[in-house]
Write a protein that binds this ligand. Structure first.
Ligand code: SF4
Ligand code: SF4
Length: 238
């Protein structure tokens, strides 16, 4: 049985709520794992050795215990998963500049992907229950081929609405489907005359827009589409 740890760092807990939203399907998944650590459900103080550690939230560099916990994850987990935008790309936690009541000195937050060698990142703010379920089933069934896009996403430590503008819209790749605007949790994108228009002031840097764009698989130095070995045509000289 797969030993699974779930660690919550700095964020809003929305990813955990989304995970719980998988309801009965979550129970089936829990049947297939040995949950060895979860601050919300268990009275365990230290991350034990585990096969998979799912991490939600960003890392506060001013929080001694949190930094220690992250080091512990690195030592104890075979596979590390960054769940949600705060863990994967920083998200709104990148905007935090201290002065929170009770923790005024906490002012430096980075995504887990910047401080740990993360194996997979699951996008979204929060990721949808369906995305989480799909990812967990693929992971537990060891479907490495289908997990490649999540592995590629783990290599990218930041995304924002400007990436969508630069990488897709400004390169004439947009086909006006509106998926980016529909997925933006901050309502920072408006469809005007069939094209997305970004309000940068509203963007929380979650990356949901670019990751959900149908054109996303084709962008970057190492397009994610290559993860599926699409490109064999070129190799075959056709
Ligand atoms: S999701 Fe992509 S293709 Fe669709 S409107 Fe947005 S930028 Fe254009
Ligand atoms: S534009 Fe919206 S979806 Fe895109 S990164 Fe910003 S907040 Fe996230």
């Amino acid at each position: 049985m797969v030993k699974l740890a779930y660690v919550q760092l700095a964020g809003c807990c929305g990813c955990l709520v989304s995970l719980a939203d998988t309801y009965e399907r979550l129970l089936e998944i829990l049947d297939a794992v040995d949950l060895v650590y979860c601050q919300t459900l268990m009275d365990e103080r230290e991350v034990p050795s585990c096969d998979v550690c799912i991490v939600e939230g960003a890392v506060c560099l001013n929080h001694e215990h949190m930094v220690e916990e992250v080091k512990e994850i690195e030592r104890k987990a075979d596979t590390i998963v960054a769940l949600g935008a705060c863990a994967a790309t920083g998200n709104f936690m990148r905007h935090s500049r201290g002065n929170q009541r009770g923790r005024p000195t906490h002012e430096a937050f980075v995504p887990v992907t910047e401080v740990l060698d993360v194996d997979y990142a699951v996008p979204g703010c929060p990721p949808s229950p369906e995305t989480i379920e799909t990812f967990l089933v693929l992971l537990l069934e060891g479907k490495e081929e289908l997990l490649k896009p999540f592995a590629e996403l783990a290599k990218k430590t930041s995304y924002c609405g400007c990436d969508l503008m630069e990488e897709i819209i400004n390169k004439s790749m947009c086909m006006g489907c509106g998926t980016c605007a529909a997925n933006c949790p901050a309502r920072a994108i408006e469809m005007i005359d069939g094209r997305p228009v970004l309000n940068k002031d509203r963007c929380i840097k979650c990356g949901a827009c670019i990751v959900s764009c149908p054109r996303f698989l084709w962008i970057g130095d190492e397009p994610i589409i290559k993860a599926f070995d699409v490109g064999k045509v070129e190799e075959g000289g056709e």
